[in-house]
Design a protein around this ligand. Structure first.
Ligand SMILES: NC(=O)c1ccc[n+]([C@@H]2O[C@H](COP(=O)([O-])OP(=O)(O)OC[C@H]3O[C@@H](n4cnc5c(N)ncnc54)[C@H](O)[C@@H]3O)[C@@H](O)[C@H]2O)c1
Length: 373
């Protein structure tokens, strides 16, 4: 690829360091500038990673920025992404993409009218492990997937994040915060969801921060922290999904998919790597495929971490005039599934989804290699 697209970041908090550290792994993108409501946060990251600190208006007006990566907090995602599109630039957002189907449709209308791209994390489904699972599902290695279970349960977020408030406000909670990883992976594996039902609750009214520097401060819980949902996919598969920040310990696997001839154990969709295990009937067997995928290889503190892969794929897709994998329609459907789960929990009803999407194209080992510098 001969051309490189200039990348600017809005939102220089916790996760921005990973984007800035990992962007140089990829071809077709160059991290150039960053901005934040808090000018000191932008200045700090700019100094750490050799970028230009800008005001938000300055970044949106900069001629050398083609794609803006929106790393603000969830309840600012829509407004910031809209501002980026209205400034004539492509936008790639951290998850959750937006907080309602309508917000996503509004962004799509603006982007389509201006010929701009919208993309959203997560891109962990592009990891080597999840692409192996995709290969096995598509090859019928365990037959037709009829059902499955997913569990993402922990004691919470207030023990590690320095500013954990947003996790417990509308827009946070384990469905909107962690659901994007699980539901994106399920949709890339099984296709779109047709309907959902769920029950939701919160074990505590307040949470006490135990991370620094706000150790001891209390946060009011304003969104459910335990949600048990069932999703029925258009394919007919039905998957139980339990997401909670009220659980100290449990013994469930992250994701298991039950096919008509065997079972697939899929590793944590919050990460790119991990071990995919499969059975033929009830006996564990090695998948009969050579799988040397670059996004399985440990590259960052002992883990496979290819954050920016979705951004690099979007940049390459813009340059090549092809669809990108972390697409507007895909992210929008995932938001629709998550907000339908929350709505079902609130109203104790079955919710039929109004959106759908195509599965993102599989990322073969060769296609992943072509994204790397
Ligand atoms: N921290 C993680 O490990 C992690 C991992 C994956 C995804 N994410 C997602 O990334 C996003 C950011 O998370 P974080 O942990 O970096 O949060 P953070 O609170 O550490 O940082 C957010 C930054 O955005 C800035 N900001 C907020 N509103 C803004 C606005 N309107 N305009 C400009 N700047 C604004 C804040 O000043 C802050 O510096 C969230 O959506 C989160 O779900 C975080």
């Amino acid at each position: 690829m001969s051309k490189t697209l200039g990348i600017g970041v809005i939102g220089c908090g916790n996760i921005s360091a990973a984007y800035m550290r990992l962007a140089p792994l990829f071809t077709g993108i160059e991290m150039r500038a960053c901005a934040d409501l808090n000018a000191d946060a932008a200045k700090t990251r700019a100094e750490e990673y050799g970028l230009r600190a800008e005001t938000i208006d300055g970044l949106l007006a900069a001629d050398d920025i083609d794609i803006v990566v929106n790393l603000t907090v969830p309840n600012a995602h829509f407004a910031v992404s809209k501002q980026v599109l209205e400034a004539g630039k492509h936008v790639y957002s951290e998850k959750p993409f937006v907080l309602s189907l309508q917000e996503g449709l509004d962004l799509k209308a603006i982007a389509d009218a201006r010929g701009l791209r919208v993309g959203s994390a997560p891109d962990t489904f592009m990891g080597g492990a999840h692409q192996l699972a995709r290969h096995l599902v598509d090859a019928g290695a365990v037959g037709r997937i009829a059902s499955g279970t997913c569990f993402v349960q922990s004691p919470g977020m207030e023990m590690w994040h320095p500013n954990p408030d947003f996790f417990f406000q509308p827009g946070g909670g384990p469905i909107l915060d962690l659901g994007p990883y699980y539901i994106s992976n399920l949709v890339q594996l099984l296709g779109p969801v047709a309907r959902v039902t769920a029950l939701s609750s919160s074990a505590s009214e307040y949470r006490t921060i135990t991370s620094q520097p706000r150790n001891g401060e209390k946060i009011k819980v304003e969104t459910p922290t335990t949600i048990h949902a069932v999703m029925q996919f258009v394919s007919g598969a039905q998957v139980t999904y339990c997401a909670s920040w009220d659980v100290w310990e449990h013994g469930h696997s992250n994701m298991e998919l039950y096919g008509t001839t065997g079972t697939l154990h899929v590793p944590d969709p919050n990460f790119f790597g991990g071990e995919v295990r499969m059975t033929e009937k009830s006996a564990f067997v090695n998948p009969s495929v050579e799988w040397d995928h670059p996004f399985s290889k440990a590259n960052d503190a002992g883990r496979a971490n290819y954050r920016c892969a979705g951004l690099a794929d979007m940049a390459q897709a813009i340059l090549e005039g092809r669809p990108h994998r972390c697409s507007n329609d895909f992210a929008l459907h995932v938001v629709d599934v998550m907000t339908a789960i929350l709505h079902s929990g609130d109203t104790k009803t079955l919710v039929e989804l109004s959106s759908t999407c195509d599965r993102p194209e599989a990322l073969t080992p060769d296609a992943a290699t072509a994204l790397l510098a």
